[in-house]
Write a protein that binds this ligand. Structure first.
Ligand SMILES: *Cc1c(COP(=O)(O)O)cnc(C)c1O
Length: 425
């Protein structure tokens, strides 16, 4: 897949006059087209809803765009719930899929009417104690253990993951929930991450649909929805074939008709909680080359660092890089592209073949729209960047300003130091 920057060098120069680099830039047109395609791919299921995983890109301006295509919010923390509520997302449009959940977060989720997706069987009592009475609708997260296999091999290792109920616990949990008055049931599972294949959802769906049939039969629970959660990936590498959401939707339809319809369960709603697939390709981190260093290797120092995009430092993740204005130049220089943290893993690329880079060049780091800005932190006292939206008409809107030193110091309680700092703001 050809990785194309959203902007030209000239446009980057123009934007940088108002909003200095680094910044995350999001492409409204791409977000809209993809959200529409997701909606259409599952339109065969009348109850379908995508609950956007807020943690991937917690910016209300972007989530509002998804709302226009019927998306709800999938939250995993208090602040994500608060943000969704403040955006006017109501009740059943919020899914609360959390783990190791604090009591006050369950209480708040219930108060705003979010659907609670339990991560563990012991949370049934935990939630009942908090709320007095369980909500009428509840979901349980499933973890079958073992490894998750597809035709191209092992995809992930649920047996090693901290999430969910075992198969036995699903049956026991549903019985207990039913006894305690729960009326509407949901099943959720997230068994493999960033899958770049059209097979993942259909294989997962088949497993969950079969489980649903058994659960209804043995516990009498009325299953209303099956939540395929996230995990649909994007091609970070240019030679990877992107997922085709239409093919994925059809694949899920096929197993739905094979397993659920004959069991008389054809009215079950399909939910998803995609984050990466909804937003990942539609964000790019724009940064400027500010240093060139020749030691044992060739380095280009840029004004962004792992604070702006943590995935390369944290997982060694590949993010494609384009040098603006040199899109067609030969990639005949081998560089490490380094940020300024005092951490040797603060590199956006290692031994990457790129065109010759000069100081002042703009680099576009691709696919930063999900788990990009959001994962940022403040190590080395580095400040988080702005987020900008490239609108369909070509104009640029700031949808989050860059942090300032004042933001960074705002939580300090050491008054005399803070007063000295204030003179510098
Ligand atoms: C992270 C997460 C998602 C989103 O995952 P993506 O890989 O970004 O699609 C969805 N649901 C839950 C519970 C998650 O933790």
């Amino acid at each position: 897949m050809n990785k194309v920057p959203f902007i030209t060098k000239e446009k980057a120069q123009e934007i940088a006059k108002t909003y200095p680099t680094p910044f995350h830039l999001y492409d409204e047109k791409g977000i809209r087209e993809n959200a529409k395609a997701v909606k259409e791919a599952f339109s065969w299921n009348s109850g379908f809803k995508e609950y956007f995983a807020v943690k991937a890109t917690p910016n209300p301006c972007l989530i509002q765009i998804l709302r226009e295509y019927g998306c709800g919010c999938d939250c995993s923390s208090m602040t994500e719930l608060m943000l969704s509520k403040a955006m006017g997302v109501e009740g059943g449009d919020i899914m609360f899929s959390s783990n190791e959940t604090p009591a006050e977060e369950y209480a708040y989720a219930a108060k705003i009417g979010a659907i609670i997706n339990l991560d563990d069987i012991t949370h049934i009592d935990f939630v009942e104690n908090i709320l007095g009475k369980l909500p009428e609708t509840m979901s349980c997260r499933y973890n079958p253990g073992g490894v998750f296999k597809m035709s191209n091999g092992i995809m992930d290792n649920p047996g090693d993951s901290k999430y969910g109920f075992t198969t036995e616990q699903m049956f026991e949990g549903f019985r207990i929930l039913k006894e305690k008055g729960v009326k509407n049931f949901g099943i959720h599972a997230f068994l493999a991450s960033n899958t770049v294949t059209n097979e993942y959802y259909p294989i997962l769906a088949k497993q969950l649909f079969k489980l649903a049939v058994q659960l209804e039969k043995e516990t009498g629970a009325d299953i209303k929805f099956i939540n395929l959660s996230g995990g649909v990936g994007i091609p970070y590498q240019p030679d990877q074939e992107p997922n085709d959401i239409k093919v994925i939707g059809e694949g899920v339809r096929k197993v739905f008709e094979e397993v659920l319809v004959p069991a008389g369960m054809g009215d079950i709603a399909i939910y998803t909680e995609m984050g990466r697939f909804m937003m990942g390709p539609y964000g790019q981190l724009v940064t400027k080359a500010i240093h060139e260093k020749h030691i044992h290797k060739e380095y280009i120092g840029v004004d962004a660092c792992a604070v702006n995009l943590m995935r390369p430092a944290m997982y060694g993740a590949y993010h494609h890089i384009t040098v603006l204005g040199k899109e067609d130049a030969p990639c005949n220089h081998k560089y490490d592209i380094a940020g300024s943290l005092c951490e040797n893993n603060d590199k956006f690329a290692v031994d990457r073949m790129l065109p010759q880079i000069e100081k002042g060049d703009y680099l576009v780091i691709h696919d930063t729209g999900a788990h990009g800005y959001a994962m940022g932190y403040n190590y080395n006292g580095k400040l988080k960047s702005a987020e900008l939206l490239l609108k369909e008409d070509g104009s640029v809107e700031m949808i989050r300003r860059a942090e300032t030193p004042k933001d960074y110091f705002a939580t300090l309680d050491c008054l005399d130091v803070y007063q000295n700092l204030e003179k510098e703001f």
